[in-house]
Design a protein around this ligand. Sequence first.
Ligand code: EPZ
Length: 419
Amino acid sequence: MDKIIIHGGHSLVGSVKISGSKNSALPILAATLLTEETCVIQRVPDLSDVHYMLQILAHLGAEVERASGIVTVKAEKVNSVAPYEIVRKMRASVCVLGPLLGREKEATVSLPGGCVIGDRPIDLHLRGFQALGAAVRVHGGNVKVFAPSLHGATISLKGKFGTTVLGTDNIMMAAVLADGTTVIEDAACEPEVVDLANFLNKMGGKIKGAGTARIVIEGVKELHGAEHEVIADRIEAGTFLIAGAMAGKEVTVNRVRPDHLVAVTDALRACGFSVNGTNGSLAISGNGTRNSLNLRTQPYPGFPTDMQAQMCALLSTAAGESSVTENIFPQRFMHISELKRMGATIELYGATARIRGVDSLSGAPVMASDLRASAALVLAGLLAEGTTEINRVYHIDRGYEMIDEKLGELGARIERVKV
Ligand code: EPZ
């Protein structure tokens, strides 16, 4: 297992090229199962979660080739049982259910358990499949969905915590080959859902309204192969903007969609940082003051839960009292105890972290736990006095492509050590 060692206090300056979006690439790669023709997906990030998805596609019978950021998939014949030994490593594997049900009219995937950010149910996904005419069987830790045929339906994906991103993806990928028209009410509006819908339409799908809470899918008989470039990873971009805010003179993120980051750039401006966007880039200068902030995570276009931990790191050294309320995954606070080891003063009250800004953080050995909590610890290490050692770095590698190399190129004193 690698660890990352950061010698804090070095200013960041320069620009970084943002990778393709993990949360767009995963469902789009799953969607290649919907056709027996060849699909070519570009700007696929080099991440362990992507490797897991490619392994699953291969196990399901697809021919998969990867040449740097370009993945070619040809799923001429597929079987419908996703392998437990891979699925258990990545919850997002659940997004193969929709395309397998759409194409094969049956799919078996091991139930995603919980994970450190909380329980990860898929009741809304399964309810949607049932509305399309599928039967659902849960047995031995697996969920099997199957149907003689699929018919259009009107489905609401409204859940206790808003809506469901992968649930919206899954229902779109099943409904695209159903007989008749499906309307998804209370759909997720994330840019990654729009990216998937755009890919499905390139394959011959007829999907309208993606990016709004009401998506209409007119079922078609079959889909053909297509080429597609994945959108920029807005969470990686936001993470680097916060790195620039915390430790930067001036940091620019390139090849991004500023319109996908409005809630994040608004929050950074509210903290007193100047953030300027030109076509495809955003620049932040870290000389701003760090005002305190009261933040609540919301479904898109609200402030993203995937940026919550990173903002906690930033607010740890903001003047005054801040609060961060997590409305999507109320238990998503694994980073708090580790930030406190670095000197942050944060108290948890249910799903709200109350942060009292301190003048400085101090480096310490800390433990990565989940993808975004680990990123928060890297950010804190950039700013902290002394050395921070982050263990279990595989969590970071799930969602950040070469984060140590990219930060090093900006001037961070950071090294990856094999242990
Ligand atoms: C996607 O997960 C992202 N992952 C997550 O990013 C992200 O945090 C999340 O959306 C929310 O934006 C991928 O896209 C691969 P949800 P997803 O279904 O779709 C509850 C990262 O760090 N829920 O939108 O699995 C659920 O428990 C990852 O990159 C139900 O109750 O999340 C949660 O509280 C982490 N029933 C809320 O809804 C369901 O059937 C949102 O979950 C489904 C979800």
